[in-house]
Write a protein that binds this ligand. Structure first.
Ligand code: UFG
Length: 324
């Protein structure tokens, strides 16, 4: 298939491009490099441009007959989305609509969308399945839910088929060591811990230890980047076979506390780095764990890197080679 990967130079997008090319798909990555890196597109072709630019999209869609579009080009910082919601609504919603309209104009009707656990808001029960109510508590989560809603309407009106994949905590790196996580500034737990282990950061701060969990720190469901990418490929195959839109929650179904992730990282790296406990970070639910039974049943998704140790080992390999 010929696939357009929007945000293909970012963390998840670059892993997706590699996996698709190695599975013999013809891939074009579109990225404006606001958060992505040119050298992260090691496979396929990179077009530097913005998903909100109609002319760029017209040129791309005129030059290539795409079978599908995958969209990874959103801003992802919850805290920033509260302080600067305009940036989030502009890129994550308005620009995404420009992309969807270009798809319809050029008769490309298969879309895979990076959604998030943040669309659910404060969990009412755990693990979280697809039926859980969707009441996001920050602008970031709202932008993702809005796109899911737009997609429902676009399916009804224009026959645009979509699969929304709600990631829980994407983590880890390419096991070949070619790609990894490079956010700037970094805000995610696993890379921050490993920066403390490698000495690029003085310490790791635990944001609150008075949560109603076993050890008082927040519990999350960490899922390996390659397993997430695999789910996209399976979702595309299924969507083309059934001609139906779908939504899936993606996680391993097991939660680990911040302290457990730190302890496992100490074991994996063999380094005893400094840990400091600070105040809670605003907007963090105590526990976020996915029920991915539907993805397993309908997509045949079976995570291969589901051990926390493996997730951290691959991220550590990246931290110690790329940033050396
Ligand atoms: N944490 C720390 N110290 C840090 C960084 C994080 O204790 O230096 C804690 C957080 O408070 C949280 C956990 O580690 O409890 C995980 O935090 P991340 O920032 O790595 O991930 P989040 O769970 O906040 O965010 C993830 C995605 C978001 C998405 C969100 C859905 O990265 O894009 O899940 O709730 F919005």
């Amino acid at each position: 298939m010929k696939i357009l990967v929007v945000g293909g130079a970012g963390y998840i997008g670059s892993h997706m491009v590699k996996q698709l090319v190695l599975s013999n798909h013809d891939v074009i990555a579109l990225d404006n490099l606001s958060c992505g890196y040119e050298d992260a597109v090691k496979y396929g072709e990179l077009v530097i441009g913005d998903l909100g630019n109609k002319e760029t999209l017209d040129q791309l869609f005129n030059a290539h007959q795409f079978d599908a579009v995958m969209h990874f080009a959103a801003f992802i910082e919850v805290g920033e989305s509260v302080l600067n919601p305009a940036k989030y609504y502009q890129n994550n919603v308005a620009n995404t609509q420009v992309l969807l309209d270009a798809m319809i104009k050029h008769d490309v009707r298969n879309f895979i969308f990076s959604s998030t656990a943040a669309i659910f808001g404060e969990p009412e029960y755990t693990p979280i399945d697809e039926k859980h109510s969707k009441q996001p508590i920050n602008p970031y989560g709202r932008t993702k839910l809005m796109v899911e809603q737009i997609l429902e309407d676009y399916d009804n009106a224009y026959g645009l088929k979509s699969t929304c994949l709600r990631y829980f905590n994407a983590a880890g790196a390419d096991p070949d060591g070619e790609l990894g996580e490079r956010h700037n500034p970094e805000s995610h737990l696993v890379p921050l811990i490993l920066q403390a282990a490698s000495g690029r950061r003085e310490d790791i701060k635990i944001f609150g230890q008075d949560y109603p969990t076993n050890d008082g720190t927040c519990v999350r469901d960490y899922v390996h980047i390659n397993d997430l990418c695999e789910a996209h490929s399976l979702a595309l195959t299924r969507m083309q076979a059934t001609g139906q839109s779908a939504r899936y929650n993606l996680g391993n179904g097991r939660g680990f506390s911040v302290k457990q992730v730190i302890d496992t990282s100490k074991q994996v790296t063999g380094i005893d780095f400094k840990v400091v406990t600070t105040e809670r970070r605003a907007g963090d639910p105590a526990v976020l764990v996915a029920d991915s039974a539907l993805a397993k049943k309908e997509l045949g998704w079976q995570p291969k890197f589901d051990q926390l140790e493996t997730i951290i080992e691959t991220a550590w390999q990246w931290e110690t080679t790329f940033f050396k």
